[in-house]
Structures are given as C-alpha cells and as structure tokens.
Design a protein around this ligand. Sequence first.
Ligand SMILES: Cc1cc2nc3c(=O)[nH]c(=O)nc-3n(C[C@H](O)[C@H](O)[C@H](O)COP(=O)(O)OP(=O)(O)OC[C@H]3O[C@@H](n4cnc5c(N)ncnc54)[C@H](O)[C@@H]3O)c2cc1C
Length: 256
Amino acid sequence: MKVSLITHTPNPEKIIAASARLCYSDSEIDELLNNLDAKKSAELVSRLIKMGHESTIEHVTFTFGIEGVSRSLLAQITRHRMASFSVQSQRYVRGDNFQFVIPPEIESSSRAKQIYLEAMENDIKSYNEITDILIDKHLEDLISQGMDEKKAKPKAEKMAIEDARFVLPNASHTKMIATFNARSLLNFFSLRCCNRAQWEIKSVADEMLKICIAIAPTVFKSAGPGCVRGACPEGTMTCGKISEVRRYYKELTDGD
Ligand SMILES: Cc1cc2nc3c(=O)[nH]c(=O)nc-3n(C[C@H](O)[C@H](O)[C@H](O)COP(=O)(O)OP(=O)(O)OC[C@H]3O[C@@H](n4cnc5c(N)ncnc54)[C@H](O)[C@@H]3O)c2cc1C
C-alpha cells in the first residue's frame, strides 16, 4: 500500500483564517491576507475548529495518490461522497498477472495463505481463459460485421476484459487519485481511523492523517477517531482500547 500527497492548497491555515475574517470585516481581501502571519492564522484556525465554524476549512483541499490497495477498500473509501475519486478502470486495463492484497491474518496462517494463493491463481487462470475465449468470439463477430482486423483486435480485447473482470476478486490491487477538502477529511478520519474500521482503510487513513498534520497542524490537531475528542461514539461496539487509541493519536498530532 502506498499513500502519497500529490498536491494541497498552499498556505492552508492562512486561507482558512482569511476566509473566517472576511465574514466579519469590511477590509479588502489583500489586506486581510497581508495582516495574517502563521501565528495569527493558527490561533484563529484553532478557535474556528473549537467553535465548529467548519465551512471555512472547506477552502483547503488535499489530493492523494493511493496505490496497491484492494477493490474492497475502493468500495469503502468511495462511500465518502464529500471527496472526488479517479480510479483505474478494469474495463480498460487488462488484469492478467494481477497483483493482490493479502490480509495480515491470512498472511500469518500458513494454511489459510496457501488456500488464498490457490484461489488467486485460479481466479487469474479463469480470467485469462475467459478473456481469450471472448476475444476470439468478438473478433469473429466484428470481422463478420465488416470491421478490418487491425481495428477489430483492440475492440475485441476491450469487450472481452469488460466481462472477464467479473471473476477478479475483491483482493485485486487498484489505484486512485482522491481529493478531499479538510472538513471532509476530519469526518473521514473520525470514521476510518477508528479501530472499528477495517485494517486496510484504517492504515490508509492513518497515513493520510500523518501527511495532513505535517501541512496543517492546527486544522488536524484533534483529528482521529471520535474517542480522541470525547466519549467513544461506538457505544457497545467500542473496541475497549480508548486510552491506547488516545495516546497513539496524541503522539501523532503533537508530533512526539
Ligand atoms: C466502521 C464502519 C462500518 C460501516 N459499515 C457499513 C455497512 O455495513 N453498510 C454500509 O452501507 N455502509 C457502511 N459504512 C459506510 C458508512 O455508512 C458511510 O457511508 C461512510 O462511512 C461515509 O460516511 P459519510 O456519509 O459521513 O461521508 P460523506 O459521504 O463524505 O459525507 C460527509 C457528511 O456529509 C453529510 N452528507 C453527505 N451526504 C448527505 C446526504 N445525502 N444527506 C445529508 N447529509 C449528507 C453528512 O453529514 C456526512 O457525514 C460503514 C462505515 C464505517 C466507518
């Protein structure tokens, strides 16, 4: 799994502070920006976060590259509607010799891992066989419809992999570019840094949070699962490890 920062809004905390000041000031925007240094911006951002004046932090966005994650993760992360995603297509990119995620619990059991690897091998074998059968079928149809062979070949392959991909597993690697604004990120971290989230999306969320803290430390100072800011919101479903979780995120956000 690889999470990288592609880009982010420059001077994020200054932009947030200026947008908040603008609401209550008759100054020109240039003047507002010129009167804000890093310290003043951080103080104002801290107050805004405490007050819950969160629309101002929507002005700041972060764009991440996320690679080597499973299609299971894809289904979970794209439920976050307040983010934008571009995802590698299995309709256009042929999946033979595909790579896949091995969940740590499966990795740690030699018998489970053996069954898992056999399943992956069978999947790719089926995928390749179905692709080849469908390519032949589509090629024949396209040529009989009058298309010349040079044009028909890539079209037949595209049509074949569109259907063959149905046998590919949830474990298949995928990659995406994802853009979140800072408010959406705070919500994302609340839900996905929680121990109740699945290990894979939690790892991605933790990596994203580390990146965000380095860039906008005041915005993300209290970021993380709900229990870092108060009682555990999971009720009876709590992981029961609140002290441990709070310590982990305090160290992360304090930069210890
Ligand atoms: C531990 C865990 C288990 C889960 N299990 C399941 C499951 O079993 N089945 C399942 O289907 N999903 C499941 N989910 C997904 C979950 O229900 C959410 O779809 C997902 O976490 C996205 O959260 P969100 O809606 O807050 O984020 P976003 O879509 O990014 O929305 C952000 C916020 O914007 C507001 N918002 C967005 N859209 C609307 C809208 N249409 N109307 C009003 N307000 C809106 C809400 O305040 C929302 O919190 C699970 C999530 C977690 C963390």
